[in-house]
Design a protein. Structure first.
Length: 166
């Protein structure tokens, strides 16, 4: 959202830091996937930023693009968001080969490495920063996610947080 996430910070005594922002509710939606190469163990991060709330069709297109880019069978593991369940049914109806769906237990975000990706991005790298407009927010989010995607140690930390080995 365009409203900044505020965290505690350090400052000189008597110099209270201020963050200028206005009450705007524009937002972006970001769809992301973390992948593990079964041969090398290398982790990949893929994402798509859009200016509207994600719907089932958006997730479906993201998976089509991901499958095309990876060019190998994939197992999609995700939470029980209703849009995710609809997509699983749509894929079964399409009989698209090379895609299998597994679901995390209900109400268990602590098992989902992508949740840690969002926590790291929103509460770490983007906290205490106020975007001027939706374009600057998109640019900064895109930049931060691309930077994280190049650091295997950060990508591994998402799986470690979820108690998974990658």
């Amino acid at each position: 959202m365009l409203q900044p996430l505020l965290r505690r910070t350090w400052a000189k005594r008597g110099c209270t830091p201020t963050l200028t922002a206005w009450d705007r509710h524009d937002r972006l939606t970001c769809i992301a996937a973390l992948t593990v190469n079964p041969k090398t163990g290398r982790i990949g991060q893929y994402f798509k930023i859009q200016r509207h709330n994600a719907k089932a069709d958006d997730f479906l297109m993201f998976l089509f693009e991901l499958k095309k880019q990876l060019r190998r069978p994939i197992i999609v593991i995700w939470d029980r968001l209703s849009a995710h369940r609809r997509i699983g049914r749509a894929f079964r109806e399409l009989e698209w080969k090379g895609v299998r769906f597994e679901y995390l237990p209900a109400y268990s975000p602590e098992l989902n490495p992508v949740e840690h990706l969002w926590t790291t991005t929103k509460w770490g790298r983007l906290s205490n920063w106020a975007a001027k407009d939706i374009t600057s927010l998109k640019d900064r989010l895109d930049s931060e996610l691309k930077q994280q995607a190049t650091e295997q140690s950060i990508l591994r930390s998402h799986f470690k947080w979820a108690g998974l080995s990658a």
